[in-house]
Design a protein around this ligand. Sequence first.
Ligand code: RIB
Ligand code: CA
Length: 309
Amino acid sequence: MAQKIIIDTDPGQDDAVAILLALASPELEVRAITAVAGNVPLALTQRNARIVCEIAGRTDVPVLAGCDAPLKRPLVTAEHVHGKTGLDGVDVYEPELPLTEGHAVDRIIEELRAAPGEIILCPLGPLTNIAAALQKAPDIAGKIARIVLMGGAYFEVGNITPAAEFNIYVDPEAAAVVFGSGVPITVLPLDVTHKVLTTRARIDAFRALGRIGETVAAWTDFFERFDVAKYGGEGAPLHDPCVIAWLLKPELFSGREINVEIEVESELTRGMTVADWWGVTDRPKNALFIGDVDADGFFELLTERLGRY
Ligand code: RIB
Ligand code: CA
């Protein structure tokens, strides 16, 4: 039986690659793709999610729009990383695939109530939709099989401030709701994603795959310029595909169950994931925090799956 998942996303080139990886993998049944405001505003993230489904030839997958702003704060976006369209690197267009009716938060609640304990939520952006669903329908906390999210950092802080990773920074209150929900959580933080860099050889391997690979190469070519300028080195971290890769081949990753709390008070450290990696507190272990990845194995999996289109 394929694992049922819902991808909650703010495309974003790396989100787009994660969606393509999921849609190419028969082990996963994507019940819905729910868009959230993040890298770019909601009007663009929902459009971009529909573009990716069209590119993948998967217009059967329902795409819904969710929250257009964080729970309590003004939206912070990342056009400086992803470009004005959110999918810079290839021409962006108005997709034929229509948006599915209804609010994403209501669809998440509906799907979870219809299949209690069977669905894994895969947030790839700010956690606003997930937190809003938990607040609107507290009963779903016991119906979510697991939340596997890209966000946070321990050693590798930070990519939006010296203390925080973007997804958590944008909506720290939402992250606090999720990490306090009691739902089993797996965290793919910057500590892992900064180890899966799109080197020239890896991008060339994408390009050799044909249409889809060329699109992914064009996205990563654009996406990497920010990280190379900032961190030096070669290539950009492919953040969000790590979530899907963990579902497909968890053996590529390693981590430990620890306590993770979210800073929501201080403006200086807003959005910091306070990860008790060394167990120095007796706070409850609420997350499997991934710390390492077999980068070659990750790219082997990703390239093989993209080659299936
Ligand atoms: O910090 C990286 C995360 O922020 C990724 O999910 C990227 O898409 C952006 O949303
Ligand atoms: Ca994202």
